[in-house]
Ligand binder design. Structure first.
Ligand SMILES: [Zn+2]
Length: 326
């Protein structure tokens, strides 16, 4: 049975997708201070924590053309807070102490890059402490999760003084909104994007291990955009294969405190001035499900880094993980 095929060489495996990797570097992009009770429950009424707003540089190299694609994930704090909208400037007063330098451009410069070298700026979400100063990136294409555009243009009403958005934040001719993870992507949308080389933002969302909705950005398993619902509409994370045995998960604001990951605390809730229940996450239930998936990844050996990951930042062995510090 099947002997007629014996002389044939077995079909060579498809271009070994699992070997492709990307480089991931952390970038300092400011620090600010949050009341602990906004993160976790139970918490002290008065405890405050100064946290980083981390950005990341991700570099993918095409194995055939050697062409590099450089992506910055989040831009952190805006170095000149006077350039935030009025309501955010008011909000910022409640987040002191705050230090906006070094900002993401200074952190890129530490490794010899300028904003003009960055092909894509991708936002985990469009809260003020992640959007930075997009004007610096005059040549980059901006990538936002599905639903983020509507938020920027004033759709919906979210509680909390941090939820103010700027309609003119991004240049419309250089901004891509990812397809809806809960709908099929129509063929017309797919075609033009997948023809060329480089990242493919308009493909079907698929499951990958325990993650139900991801985009395999370069179709080589090196870099996935992960639908990470709960914190804010359009919230996305990154799963990056950085070596044969190493994978990094950039969790954005899916979680703010490692004690939640260790099940030592629950997600915090508080009452605003009007007596409304507030939560750092727009949808707490979905946020909990997202955290459960991240816990599973971590237990499988994936390194998880949050945007405001003060424990990760404080760990001396991570100093060399910042761009230009190796
Ligand atoms: Zn944040």
């Amino acid at each position: 049975m099947g002997s007629v095929f014996m002389n044939k060489a077995p079909p060579s495996p498809p271009e070994s997708a699992s070997e492709a990797t990307v480089e991931v570097y952390a970038l300092q992009a400011g620090h600010f201070t949050l009341p602990e009770r906004f993160f976790v429950h139970p918490a002290s009424e008065t405890a405050r924590r100064t946290v980083p707003s981390l950005s990341f540089l991700i570099v993918h190299q095409d194995p055939v053309t050697s062409e590099k694609t450089r992506i910055v994930f989040d831009l952190g704090l805006r170095r000149d807070v006077k350039r935030y909208s009025e309501p955010i400037q008011k909000h910022v007063e409640t987040r002191q102490p705050m230090e906006t330098l070094p900002d993401v451009t200074k952190s890129l410069a530490a490794g010899g890059l300028s904003p003009d070298d960055i092909d894509y700026v991708m936002y985990s979400h469009v809260h003020w402490d992640h959007v930075g100063e997009p004007r610096d990136f005059a040549k980059s294409t901006f990538v936002i999760g599905n639903g983020a555009k509507a938020l920027l243009h004033g759709a919906g009403s979210l509680r909390g003084s941090h939820s103010f958005f700027e309609a003119d934040l991004l240049p419309s001719d250089r901004t891509l909104e990812l397809p809806n993870p809960y709908e099929e992507v129509d063929e017309e949308t797919k075609k033009p994007q997948s023809e060329g080389k480089g990242p493919d933002f308009f493909q079907e969302w698929k499951s990958h291990e325990n993650l139900p909705r991801v985009l395999d950005l370069f179709h080589d398993g090196s870099l996935y955009i992960v639908d990470a619902p709960g914190h804010l509409p359009g919230h996305i994370n990154i799963l990056a294969k950085t070596g044969p045995m190493t994978t990094v998960y950039l969790a954005g604001d899916a979680c703010h405190d490692r004690r939640i990951m260790r099940n030592e605390r629950k997600i915090g809730e508080w009452l605003d001035d009007h007596g409304h229940i507030c939560c750092i996450h727009a949808d707490k239930k979905l946020a909990e499900q997202t955290i459960e998936r991240i816990q599973k990844l971590e237990s499988d050996g994936v390194e998880v880094i949050f945007a405001h990951d003060f424990e990760w930042e404080e760990d001396v062995k991570n100093q060399s993980r910042f761009f230009g510090q190796a």
